[in-house]
Each structure stands twice: as C-alpha cells, then as structure tokens.
Ligand binder design. Structure first.
Ligand code: GDP
Length: 426
C-alpha cells in the first residue's frame, strides 16, 4: 500500500512532522520530486533537524529511505545532510538513490543566480538552488543521470563538451560571466560518483518487489498544490509537480497503488516567494502570527527568509485538496492560534464584483479580494490535549467550519511540533 503525504497550499504546512509520525508504521519513505530548495523541520528525541533532500524516514532504523528519479538530486547537499545527522549521534540511515535520478550541477546553481540577477525586480523569488535550470535541462534532455556517472570517460566527455558549448553562449553573451570548462565538469561528476556509488540502485524494481511482499510505502511531497507547474499559480510555481499523482512517476510506482492521500493543511496560511496570496495579512498582525507560528516562528527552513503570512484560505485549500486527490486531511499548527480573540477565515474571492469559491487561473487571481468570515477564538493553550472531545468548543468549531468549507474530512489534528502532539478525530 502506498500513502502520499502532500501539501495543500504553498508549502510549509508541516508535512515533515506528519511524515515522521506516520513513518513509524511504514517500511519505505520516498522523496519523489523537488530538490533541496525547500525543507522540512522535524523535532524528535534526538533534537531539531532541517531536512532538505533526505526523506523524513531517516530517524527510524527500520525504514529504507528512497530518493526517487523525480528528485533534483544535489549530491553534495545530500551528503552534508547525512553527515549532520550522524554528527548528532543518530545511527546512519538506510538510503537508496535511484540510478535514474538526475543531478543538480554547480552550473545550475550559477544559472539560477544569474537569471534572478538579470530579472532584477521581476524575479520569481527563487531560492537560487538551481532547481529551475536543472528541470529545464532535464526536459531539454541535457541533464546528467546518476547512471551516466558509470559511462566510459570519452563518452561522458563528449556529452559534457556538447553541453558546455551551448551553455557558454549564454554565459558569454547573456550573462557576461565566466565560461564552463569541460574538464572541471568531468571532475565534478567524478566527485559525485564517489559519494553516490554505494547508494545507487534500481528503485522501481525495489519498490515493485516491496509491494509484492506487502510493504507500506510513504511518498513525501515537497511544497504544496499551488506551487504545481500545471495546477498552481503559474508562473510563480516550482519546476516539478507537487501533486500526489506525480509520486507514481517520480518514484516509479503503479499509480493504482496510491490509495491514501493525506493532504497537510496548516490552520493559517504562509507562503514564500513571489505570487498572489489572497488572504495575506501585513503589519503588526502578520508580524505577531509570524513570530508565534510553527515551532519557532515562520522563517524558511532553507533560507531563513521571513514567510508571508495570512489567514486560512478555504478557496485555495478546497482546490488544493481536490487537485491532490485527498482522501484525508491532517490539520496542523492549530496550537499557534490560541492567542487570538477572533480568527478571520477567507471563505470566498471577490473578482470583478462577483464572489466565487472556485480557485481561479492566475490572470483572475490577481484581481481577487478576500471575503472574510470571523470566528471566535478559544484563547488558551491546546498543546498536550490528546482527544478531540477535550479541545475547547470554539476550537472544534473552527476545525469543523473549515472541514465543511473545504469538503474533505479532517482526520488528524496536530497541536504541537512533536511526534506525540496529534489528535485523531472520529
Ligand atoms: P513542511 O515543509 O511542510 O514539512 O513544513 P515546515 O517544516 O517548513 O514547517 C512546519 C513548521 O511547523 C516546523 O517548524 C514544524 O516543527 C512545525 N510544526 C509542525 N506541526 C506543528 C504543530 O502542530 N504545532 C506547532 N506549533 N508547530 C508545528
């Protein structure tokens, strides 16, 4: 059986915590898309960890952690992360890297920086991790697969020279930056080969065999539905699909095996990068929610950038749940809202004088104004509560109001960053 844990909105919904918690009863945890451009924060008995590339199953010895073919594999960052875990006295995690995964090259990171510089004020707010240039190359068929590290030198050099030729035209005439040297790219690849060789293998066959023997698999999504290049707020999106369905492709699994889609929804909104964010709030109101948010404020796990803040958006979340193919919702970070007398919720978008609850395409989104409904707060700390019935009445009202608006069942409520901070509803 395969269960996907994915994000409903713009990311940072608390997927890492939910995956880490569910991993206890799983056998395999897979990253299937994205790269080291976003992170999950996990708090457990070993300490606090920011994972960017490693799957969130690395804290369990019984789990095989898989980097699927759909990931933008930054090998140096992957191994730095592995090292940071071992340094905190955790046992070495079990890891399998797809031999079909492609690698983020140092020049992808440079191209990302150069392009953001060139766009100036019109930039996409990239984390400059090389993700967009990486996926562009993958689909232009000029990327490097892990399997190619094992090619004969002449064959590999021939490809490297061909790629350098076209990249150097851009570097010289568009960006006015130093050119790529084929020998240096070859050396870079050989460095990656040394690191990844012990872990590289045939992931789709491993997963097929694991499914035959009844293993439980978790797919761990990065970012959220609204950052999907097809169904999100294009062009302010990421470069690989953030949807549960893509798990079949990005890991090499039969699509019919993904029978459970757990969509993670945060009790308020946050976003990073550019793009329309209809329920966004500003000033002191935003600053207070940012400071109190998450487990230590709403600041990027990868970049440390302050996140943009907003009220819960039922329009975006209903759409996000639908496009993810949600079978259940995990509602997270609810404890943070305990300080508010009243909690506004965005229940509609007003576009050209008409109110809609359907999430629009980007051109119309730019004109949307939030329609807010205000719910009473519960004004107390709900951390430590373990049963749904013990939550304050106004808190249950908030949950049930949102459940009704989005139209998908909330089955789990997270009321703290730790593994044990979870309430099962129903
Ligand atoms: P992800 O990328 O979706 O995994 O989300 P992040 O890890 O970037 O952001 C979630 C943040 O909220 C992390 O710092 C978590 O430790 C924290 N967190 C997760 N669930 C809860 C919760 O229920 N309550 C609180 N207070 N923090 C939480």
């Amino acid at each position: 059986m395969v269960q996907a844990v994915v994000g409903v909105n713009w990311g940072d919904e608390g997927k890492g915590k939910i995956t880490d918690m569910l991993a206890e009863s799983a056998d395999i945890v897979i990253r299937y898309q994205g790269g080291a451009n976003a992170g999950h924060t996990i708090v457990n008995e070993y300490g606090k960890f920011a994972l960017h590339t490693l799957p969130s199953g690395v804290f369990y010895q019984h789990i095989v952690n898989v980097i699927g073919n759909g990931v933008a594999l930054d090998i140096k960052k992957l191994f730095r992360e592995l090292q940071s875990i071992v340094e905190k006295n955790m046992p070495q995690p079990r890891l399998l890297v797809s031999d079909r995964a492609q690698m983020v090259m140092s020049y992808h990171v440079l191209f990302d920086q150069y392009e953001e510089e060139r766009l100036g004020g019109k930039s996409f707010g990239s984390t400059k991790s090389g993700i967009a240039p990486f996926y562009s190359d993958k689909f232009a068929k000029t990327g490097f697969q892990v399997s190619e590290l094992f090619l004969e030198k002449e064959v590999l050099m021939e490809k490297i020279k061909r790629i350098c030729e076209s990249k150097n035209v851009l570097l010289e005439y568009l960006y006015h930056k130093p050119l790529l040297v084929p020998e240096e790219i070859y050396e870079e690849l050989m460095e990656y080969k040394k690191l990844v060789e012990p872990y590289a293998g045939n992931v789709s066959r491993f997963l097929w065999e694991s499914l035959q023997s009844g293993k439980n698999i978790l797919l761990e999504g990065q970012l959220g539905a609204l950052k999907d290049p097809d169904h999100g707020i294009y062009p302010m999106v990421t470069s690989s699909s953030t949807l549960a369905a893509y798990g079949a492709i990005g890991a090499g699994l039969p699509p019919y095996e993904i029978t459970k889609v757990t969509t993670v929804c945060k009790a308020y909104s946050s976003a990073v990068g550019a793009g329309v964010f209809v329920s966004e709030i500003f000033g002191e109101e935003a600053e207070e929610l940012r400071r109190r948010g998450g487990d230590s404020g709403e600041y990027g796990a990868t970049t440390g950038r302050p996140r943009r803040m907003g009220w819960f958006d039922t329009v975006a979340s209903k759409y996000g749940c639908r496009i993810q193919g949600t079978t259940e919702v995990a509602f997270t970070v609810l404890d943070v809202l305990g300080y508010l007398d009243e909690i506004p919720v965005c229940v509609g978008y007003e576009i050209d004088g008409e109110v809609t609850t359907e999430f629009p395409t980007t051109d119309k989104l730019a004109k949307a104004k939030p329609v807010l409904e205000v719910l009473p707060g519960w004004k107390c700390d709900i951390r430590g509560i373990r049963s749904y019935g013990e939550l304050p009445e106004n808190c249950r009202r908030y949950i049930e109001f949102i459940e009704e608006k989005i139209g998908f069942p909330i089955t789990m409520i997270s009321n703290g960053p730790g593994r044990e901070d979870i309430i099962f509803k129903n």
